[in-house]
Design a protein around this ligand. Structure first.
Ligand SMILES: [Zn+2]
Length: 169
């Protein structure tokens, strides 16, 4: 994302100052910021859109970062206290009791699935009823507890294994 322009800065200044206490500012493609103090906004909701990066390759994280730069310019603080995350299909399902759960694909394809609290710099994928692994595509390969849960798919090992297999061909 390009750095905020003078115009962006003035716009933010006027907009944020006009927010009432606990007023909400909805930024498309990022989420909801709530005014939690005189010069403080808190990101309380993340809205992931699909695809998770837009045509310029900007992710939710890039746009949130852009807001932080903007805030810095006018002496505001941005906090994060995400209580809700959703994508185009609805609210992300991340059960509290599963946060911290880590598992791997049963096919040993290299995929790792992590359950983490919603966070703007990650991309979440939902595990379907068929427990299909998002990397190797084999059904029934994901831990049953993750059925319908949004997880972070760590595919780094899977990519290494795949590249190696391609080289050997
Ligand atoms: Zn797999």
């Amino acid at each position: 994302m390009p750095n905020p322009t003078q115009e962006d800065v003035e716009w933010a200044y006027l907009l944020w100052n006009s927010l009432a206490d606990h007023g909400k500012w909805v930024l498309p493609g990022v989420g909801v910021y709530e005014k939690t103090d005189g010069r403080e906004l808190t990101l309380t909701e993340i809205h992931f859109s699909k695809p998770s990066t837009d045509e310029f390759g900007n992710s939710v994280f890039d746009r949130h970062h852009w807001v932080m730069i903007l805030a810095d310019n006018i002496g505001w603080t941005i906090n994060e206290d995400v209580v809700l995350a959703r994508d185009d299909d609805g609210v992300l399902n991340i059960p509290n009791e599963l946060v911290g759960h880590v598992s791997v694909c049963k096919q040993q394809c290299g995929a790792i699935f992590r359950v983490e609290e919603p966070n703007p710099n990650e991309v979440y994928e939902m595990i379907g009823d068929d427990l299909k692994c998002p990397c190797c595509g084999e059904e029934g390969s994901v831990d049953e507890r993750l059925r319908g849960v949004h997880v972070i798919v760590d595919d780094r090992a899977w990519r290494v294994i795949n590249d190696r297999a391609e080289e050997e061909e």
